[in-house]
Design a protein around this ligand. Structure first.
Ligand SMILES: C[S@@+](CC[C@H](N)C(=O)[O-])C[C@H]1O[C@@H](n2cnc3c(N)ncnc32)[C@H](O)[C@@H]1O
Length: 302
C-alpha cells in the first residue's frame, strides 16, 4: 500500500532516547508537524512534562491538535516560526526549554498535497510556501528573478551543477508566458539537463535540486535555521538538550558548525560526535528518512 501522504516521524526512538534520558519537564517541538515526535517526547518524558509545539503551517497544527488530544492541557500549540522561539516561550510563560527539537523541512502530507506546489511528481501551482502568510511564491521567483540571479540561487541552494543551463531554459520558457505549474517547471528542468546526466541520475529526478533551491528561498529556510541556532544558548535550560534533524547538507553544515563552536566554549557538549542516522530497516520502511541526520547537544553552563 502506498501511503506516501502519511507522515512518519523519522528517528523517533533515537530522538526520545537522546533527548529524554532523565525526566525533562518543558519540551519544545519547534516543528510539531502532525505531532509524531511530540507524542514520542511526551511519552518518554513522563506525566509531569508539557509540550510547547510550534509550526508555521496551520493545517499541520490542526492535525497535531487532533493527534495529541489525549494529552489534554499538557500540550500547547502556537502558530509561529521557530526563529521566534524566544517569543513563544515568553508567551507560554516558561523560562527555558529542557528539551528542544527541530525536525526540519516538510512533512509527507505537505509534500503530497498538490496545492502546495512542493512536489514535481504531482502537478500543482508553483507555490512552495509552508506559511501561507508569506507573500513571495516560487512562481514569483522563477518569473521575476533575472537569469543570472536565478542561476546563482539554483547553484547555491540546490547545489545544482547545471544551474546555468536550467536558468537559461527558464528564462527562455517564460518569454512565452508566466510559469505557473510545478509540472511545467519540472519538465523545463529535465529538458535542460544534458541527456547523459539525465540518465546517470538513476531514480533521482533532475528537478529535485532546483525544487529544493526554490523551497529554501521561498521559506528563508537557512536564515530561520541560523536564527534558531543562535537562540539556543539563551532558550535552553542548563542540562537541557537540543536535537536537530536535517535532510540536506546545507542544513546539516549549519547545525554542525553551530554545535561545534558552542561546545568549543566549554558551555555545551555534543551528545554524539557523529550525527545519528536511520537504520537500514527504518529506511526500508520510510524511504524519506534516508537523508536524515540527527545532531544533539547538551547545554552545561550559561
Ligand atoms: C518534517 S515536518 C515535522 C514533522 C513532525 N516532527 C512530526 O513528527 O509530525 C516539518 C514541519 O516543520 C514546519 N516548519 C518548517 N519550517 C518551519 C519554521 N521555520 N518554523 C516553524 N515550523 C516550520 C513545517 O510546516 C512542517 O510541519
Amino acid at each position: 500500500m502506498d501511503r506516501s501522504d502519511v507522515h512518519t516521524a523519522v528517528l523517533r526512538d533515537e530522538v526520545a532516547e537522546l533527548l529524554c534520558p532523565a525526566h525533562p519537564k518543558v519540551l519544545v517541538d519547534c516543528t510539531v508537524g502532525i505531532g509524531g515526535h511530540g507524542r514520542a517526547l511526551l511519552e518518554a518524558a513522563g506525566p509531569d512534562s508539557q509540550l510547547i509545539g510550534m509550526d508555521v503551517d496551520e493545517d499541520n497544527l490542526r492535525l497535531a491538535k487532533e493527534h495529541l488530544k489525549d494529552f489534554g492541557d499538557r500540550v500547547r500549540l502556537f502558530r509561529a516560526n521557530f526563529s521566534e522561539t524566544a517569543v513563544v516561550l515568553a508567551e507560554a510563560n516558561v523560562a527555558s526549554a529542557d528539551v528542544l527539537l527541530a525536525d526540519l523541512g516538510v512533512s509527507s502530507n505537505q509534500l503530497a498535497d498538490p496545492e502546495r506546489g512542493l512536489s514535481f511528481s504531482t502537478d500543482g501551482p508553483l507555490d512552495m510556501r509552508l506559511d501561507d502568510r508569506l507573500t513571495t511564491t516560487a512562481a514569483d521567483l522563477v518569473n521575476r528573478t533575472n537569469e543570472k540571479d536565478l542561476a546563482d540561487m539554483i547553484y547555491k541552494y540546490g547545489e545544482e551543477r547545471y544551474s546555468r543551463r536550467i536558468a537559461r531554459a527558464i528564462a527562455a520558457a517564460r518569454k512565452m508566458g508566466p510559469l505557473e505549474r510545478t509540472g511545467q517547471l519540472a519538465e523545463i528542468v529535465r529538458r535542460a539537463y544534458p541527456a547523459p546526466a539525465r540518465h546517470r541520475r538513476r531514480g533521482v529526478d533532475p528537478a529535485t535540486r532546483t525544487f529544493q533551491a526554490l523551497r529554501i528561498v521561498v521559506n528563508s529556510e537557512l536564515e530561520k535555521l541560523a536564527r534558531l541556532l543562535e537562540l539556543l544558548p539563551e532558550i535552553l535550560s542548563i542540562h537541557g538538550r537540543a536535537g536537530i534533524i536535517s535532510f540536506h547538507s546545507l542544513e546539516d553544515r549549519l547545525v554542525k558548525q553551530a554545535f561545534v563552536s558552542w561546545s568549543a566554549t566549554g558551555r555545551a557538549v555534543l551528545v554524539e560526535k557523529k550525527p545519528v542516522v536511520p537504520t537500514e530497516q527504518e529506511v526500508r520502511g520510510n524511504p524519506r528518512s534516508r537523508s536524515a541526520k540527527l545532531r544533539a547537544i547538551i547545554k552545561i553552563a550559561a
